[in-house]
Design a protein around this ligand. Sequence first.
Ligand code: NDP
Ligand code: BG6
Length: 487
Amino acid sequence: MSSASLISAQGDAKHLYTIVVLGASGDLAKKKTFPALFGLFKNRYLSRNTRIIGYARTKMDQTSFEGHVSKFIKVKNEEDKAALSRFLSVCSYQSGQYDHDGDFQELEKHIERVEKISGAKERLFYMALPPSVFIPVAACLKKNNYRQDVVTRLIVEKPFGMDLDSSRKLAKELGALFKEEEIYRIDHYLGKEMVKNLMILRFANVIFGSVWNRHSIDNIQITFKEKIGTQGRGGYFDEFGIIRDVMQNHLLQILTLVAMEPPVTLSSEDVRDEKVKVLRFIPPIAKEDILLGQYTKSEDGKEPGYLDDSTVPRGSKTPTYAAATLFIHNERWAGVPFVLKCGKALDQQKTEIRIQFKDVPGSIFTNLSRNEIVIRVQPGEALYVKMMNKEPGLGMKTIISDLDLSYSSRFNSSVIPEAYESLILDALNGDQSNFVRDDELDAAWKIFTPILKTIDEGEIDPIPYALGSRGPEGVSEFVAKYGYTRE
Ligand code: NDP
Ligand code: BG6
């Protein structure tokens, strides 16, 4: 590689980075990190002079590394093919242990070599690693690859601890190595298009702002459904369960954006201050406000249940489904239930936010359904408002209708970026607003830790549900208990 071969055009890229992906041989790196980096590179959000270095213990030559990097990258046409070939030419790989200074010194030499050519003065370390090596790797990076004259950012993947104590320990250890403004804790739901849309919907529309409170809203449901089960990774999942895997992070982040007060500005700290504030108004989840489930074989008996996975401890009570109701004791939300539901091995894949309004007071009509605003995060981004209308024709019959903003028919959906693309770009630009701050994490764990302790002690029996079903029996009653009514 000679400096003459470098392309000077930098598209929209604002910075020139060296990106190091640690754990580059892994699942996340292959499925999400490299495809996202490719998307940014292709669309010129990464400078053409950017260099990307993969690091992991596995020995790989350049050809097998390129095969690994490109496995999940979609190439639709000749243009993509050419872009992929340029992308691979800026990627290189180095193997090493996660706790050997010598290996990280070799990595430093590699980084310096590519920086000499690229001229990069900023470094992004992406830790696509299991939590057991977060701290050893961060310590080696600080000791061997941290330079005062270079802007350094560190992306960390969840899980950020198992409970309040372990999260605080992790935060303290990481905080001793890197400054909070250098740490980017990813919750990839914060990069999803409809999640990013929440602030605009709420704070850029007069029609929503004035009804977004306990005076008009009866209850809110935030639902995550997934068709896939734990698929042979039950042993890993069993340590965490669905609450730590999805609810305490992804669903709580959505809740926060739905419920927070308007930030003073869009700056990272103003946004995150409001998020922390709303979390602090939520008391720990009570035992009577939770329902757990665990999937069994599919109804036809062909697909194995959770406990059939040989890596899952016998008789495990770890939930693969959970519904929990949270309350926010502040002026805006007192008394409004926020029902969070999430599960694996269900009948469909769907993430949505359903805001159900109160009954029309003193209605002169009968057979009214409640207004609802539904924000579908995935699949198929959409926003629709359920409202009563006059059934066209003679007479005055009411009919429920939708004001429908389905993105597939309104927008060019190919412009919707992958969540990881959006977040990596934010990190490159030094924007932390869509990343989790340490005190936010603390507030989140305070809500969940007591109930998780009860669950870990085996005090709540999960209700079995068949793989591919709608979930455990009793979920409809659970949701109805908090005021949700069906049309
Ligand atoms: P992997 O299990 O694939 O691990 C990544 C790499 O780390 C492996 O290729 C391996 O590299 C190394 N590694 C694996 N196990 C160990 C170990 N016990 N000790 C030391 N090194 C190990 O993880 P993922 O890529 O699935 O996940 C990485 C991080 O991202 C995790 O924190 C995970 O929770 C998070 N995450 C993952 C998602 C996904 O879709 N996979 C989604 C959201 C978050 P080598 O042996 O070559 O060093
Ligand atoms: C991850 C969870 O954080 O999110 C997985 O660990 C889950 O269990 C995944 O499948 C869902 O993400 P997405 O983007 O596919 O909805």
